[in-house]
Design a binder for this molecule. Structure first.
Ligand SMILES: [Ca+2]
Ligand SMILES: [Ca+2]
Length: 316
């Protein structure tokens, strides 16, 4: 039971991060809508309307979370009662006092089990209220201070003052027809390419971008380079298994939120699901500023095509 409690606590902690991240995402997407992807840096103060919408989104999340707490409680209580039935039946093998004692023990176990379920529900609801408050607070913080700009939409040749290219992948560079930064390895090989940003990131700054995962065979993946370490698999396939969050082909949207502990990733899959790398999207690299790069990587006989676009940076 103690282990269940610990697992539940971990689940709640994870849920609270995801909800918080989602809330920030919701808020940012409203800000984005009001900016129309301008190439110029522009500060956007959330209008009262945006703030209201952001808070309403928090309240919706809160309602869903409350429902989840109640549902979890219902399921846990049912498990207790199912277990009680099984245990009571097993007492049937005994006679006299032993049987009575057995049944008393079973009732006691059931009581403890149901109390744990109730305690977990209470903790869940408290956590839920905290999440809601954090969410509503984030509406205010992002709304008042966030400034976003499109860093590059790759409509013209690569701007070398913005980027540092490196690596040995067969094809890499801006495809001006498609308006993307194209990377591809056509002949199976162990290669990689990196597109590193010529600026550093401070805590609470974010970068987001699209990756069109067009094709791949063998070992291939998209990773990010954080402070010179580039082994953070966000998605793809490596050594006979999927790595990161998915290996589906299609359009991914990646958002990275920097902190003094490193960064966190929030990834929208081609099917629209928002998720993070396990266990909590945390890319650990404690420092007050971070360097960041986009990596297309193949291994052994891997082939791949991944195209990058719409790189946007928000300062805190
Ligand atoms: Ca573009
Ligand atoms: Ca490689």
């Amino acid at each position: 039971m103690k282990r269940d409690y610990v697992l539940l606590f971990i689940a709640l902690a994870l849920m609270s991060f995801l909800l918080f991240a989602q809330a920030v995402e919701l808020n940012n997407s409203e800000l984005n809508n009001s900016q129309n992807n301008t190439d110029n840096s522009s500060t956007t103060n959330a209008t009262l309307e945006n703030l209201k919408e952001c808070r309403a989104a928090c309240d919706t999340i809160h309602k869903n979370e409350t429902r989840t707490c109640n549902l979890e409680y219902k399921n846990a209580a049912k498990l207790c009662d199912d277990q009680r039935k099984v245990n009571i039946l097993s007492c049937g093998n005994l006679t006299g006092q032993d049987r009575l004692q057995c049944r008393r023990n079973v009732q006691m176990q059931n009581k403890v089990c149901r109390k744990t379920a109730t305690d977990n529900k209470k903790a869940c609801l408290v956590n839920d209220r905290v999440n809601k408050n954090v969410c509503r607070l984030s509406c205010l913080i992002s709304g008042n201070s966030s400034s976003c700009q499109t860093y590059d939409d790759f409509s013209t040749a690569l701007n070398n003052s913005k980027w540092n290219e490196s690596g040995d992948l067969e094809e890499r560079g801006v495809n001006e027809t498609l308006g993307v930064y194209h990377t591809a390895q056509l002949n199976g090989d162990d290669k990689m390419s990196m597109l590193k940003i010529s600026r550093t990131f401070a805590p609470n700054e974010t970068i987001e971008y699209d990756v069109n995962y067009v094709s791949g065979t063998g070992n291939r993946r998209h990773t990010v380079d954080l402070d010179g370490f580039n082994d953070w698999s966000l998605f793809g396939f490596w050594n006979a298994s999927e790595v990161g969050v998915s290996n589906d082909l299609g359009l991914y949207h990646v958002k990275i939120v920097f902190s003094d502990q490193g960064a966190m990733d929030l990834i929208t899959l081609p099917n629209g699901t928002i998720t993070s790398t396990q266990p909590d999207g945390n890319l650990s690299s404690p420092a007050l500023t971070h360097t960041f790069g986009l990596v297309t990587d193949t291994g052994e006989n891997g082939t791949v095509e991944m195209n990058y676009d719409n790189v946007k940076i928000c300062t805190a």
